[in-house]
Design a binder for this molecule. Structure first.
Ligand code: NAD
Length: 247
């Protein structure tokens, strides 16, 4: 039996990167996984045993409510959707601020609020929220609105964990360092001011292990937090950054 056998798991942003690796890992561990993303082409490549895919834009309030009604109670809710905006406060106009707040924070509130009542009625479950080590944990240059929203994710996680601790709900945040996902190449180019090699070199100087993390390494933590192996952990920000924040 897999470690998630008999569990139902819902994942946002499962089309690529960490969300995808987590959806695949949870299915391998025996969960019935509902993998969602805004990108239908990416989802099409995700078929497999125990995996069901659905188009979902987490910024669409009505679509989120419909999806929660359709799927019902889940044991694991992995809120993975998020966007890494580049720049300082001076680069972040009100539209960019509103976009990152909506996708990284409000959508997580919206999805959780839609799914939580059925989880409570079903006796509990594990909510896993995607934060980042670039949040309230450490500062990274040019991550102004990103850090603000990812710090808020930690606050939201702790509040939910405290409010529902006696009702079988655990809620944890995961705080990765730099993970080699499809969107990273663009961010390397942005960090290098348009120069990919320069940006990649800058990313590598902050990797104490001398390498980037992989989506599969983060997926291992998602499986653990979704499983009963982690029954004593809630309200925690789980750093998984190859030692970046320790240097
Ligand atoms: P990614 O950025 O390569 O892919 C993001 C996915 O999100 C895509 O499949 C995209 O289609 C989907 N998406 C975008 N907008 C959406 C929406 N409105 N509704 C539903 N899906 C949407 O993947 P990644 O780099 O693995 O990042 C995933 C999460 O992990 C993000 O929240 C990110 O902030 C966080 N994170 C990433 C890193 C990293 O270094 N890669 C580090 C820490 C945290």
């Amino acid at each position: 039996l897999g470690r998630l056998s008999g569990k139902r798991a819902f994942v946002t942003a499962a089309g690529q990167g960490i969300g995808r690796a987590a959806a695949l890992a949870m299915a391998r561990e025996g969960a019935q996984v509902f993998a969602t993303d805004i990108n239908g082409d990416a989802l099409q490549t995700l078929a497999g045993d125990g995996l069901q895919t659905h188009l979902l834009d987490v910024r669409d309030k009505a679509a989120v409510a419909d999806m929660a009604a359709k799927i019902g109670a889940v044991d694991i809710l992995f809120n993975c959707a998020g966007f890494v905006a580049h720049g300082t406060i001076l680069d972040c106009d009100e539209d960019q601020w509103a976009f990152s707040v909506d996708l990284n924070m409000t959508a997580m509130y919206r999805v959780t609020r839609a799914f939580l009542p059925a989880m409570l009625a079903h006796g509990g479950g594990s909510i896993i929220n995607m934060s980042s080590v670039a949040s309230s944990i450490i500062a990274a240059p040019n991550r102004f609105v990103y850090a603000a929203t990812k710090a808020a994710v930690i606050g939201m996680t702790k509040a939910i964990a405290a409010d529902f601790i006696t009702q079988g709900i655990r809620c944890n945040a995961i705080c990765p360092g730099t993970i080699d996902s499809p969107s990273l190449a663009q961010r390397m180019t942005d960090l290098g001011g348009g120069d990919y090699e320069k940006g990649r070199a800058a990313f590598m100087t902050r990797q104490p292990m001398g390498r980037l993390g992989t989506p599969e390494e983060i997926a291992n933590l998602v499986v653990y937090l979704g499983s009963d192996d982690s029954s004593l952990t809630t309200g925690a920000a789980h750093v998984i950054d190859g030692g970046w924040s320790n240097t």
